[in-house]
Design a protein around this ligand. Structure first.
Ligand code: TMP
Length: 205
């Protein structure tokens, strides 16, 4: 069924993936392809309501994990799968690797449970390519501190939480080195941009 390419972006908060998502979307569009740029949690009207709760409402940690997958189920059904079936490319800001990293690494929940949920929700579909933006925590924290806005529940977590998230991401990358490409996000914007574009060309065209 799937005809288009599915690319996801991951990384700790403050890794700076947003501007590169916009850049890659334009880069792929400029090659004449139709691209849907979306995000998780979110991407659908229901998903965006769940995002609001997930980012700002305190809840049981397992509720948080299951709501991430519930929002993902809706996202796949309403947006991701239909777009891929039409031959469009989908570029998604975070996907299931984020649940393994944040709810598994950060919160310490049992990753086996996510494997079951993942199988249920998208056992038949994995991203063609995942770009993991990696950088030292201190640099990411500085970037977040420079933004004058209210922080969400995850951004407010302590440094050790974010260290565990980073470590869990890197473990996932080591376990799936073909799909997950680690991007050194602690370098000049222009260098990251080139690296991201080159990685997309190598893996997806
Ligand atoms: P964003 O700020 O990159 O849009 O992501 C929203 C937050 O949600 C971010 O701090 C990571 C978190 N998150 C999880 O904890 N688990 C998930 O499965 C996803 C998709 C996001």
């Amino acid at each position: 069924m799937k005809k288009g390419k599915f690319i996801t972006f991951e990384g700790i908060d403050g890794a700076g993936k947003s501007s590169h998502i916009a850049g890659v979307t334009e880069f792929v569009r400029a090659r004449g392809l139709t691209v849907v740029s979306t995000r998780e949690p979110g991407g659908t009207p229901l998903g965006e309501k769940l995002r609001e709760l997930l980012l700002h409402e305190s809840m049981h940690l397992e509720t948080e994990a299951m709501l991430m997958f519930a929002a993902r189920r809706e996202h796949l059904a309403q947006l991701i799968e239909p777009a891929l079936a039409r031959g469009e490319w989908v570029i998604c800001d975070r996907f299931s690797d984020a649940t393994y990293a944040y709810q598994g690494g950060g919160r310490g929940l049992d990753k086996e449970k996510f494997a079951q949920l993942e199988q249920w929700v998208h056992g038949h579909l994995q991203p063609d390519l995942t770009l993991l933006f990696d950088l030292p925590l201190a640099v990411a924290r500085e970037r977040i501190a420079a933004q004058s806005r209210d922080l969400d529940r995850f951004e407010q977590e302590r440094a050790d939480f974010h260290e565990r998230v980073r470590r869990a991401y890197l473990e996932r990358a080591a376990a799936a080195p073909q799909r997950i490409q680690v991007i050194n996000a602690d370098q000049a914007l222009e260098d990251i941009k080139k690296l991201v574009e080159m990685t997309v060309v190598t893996h997806c065209f």
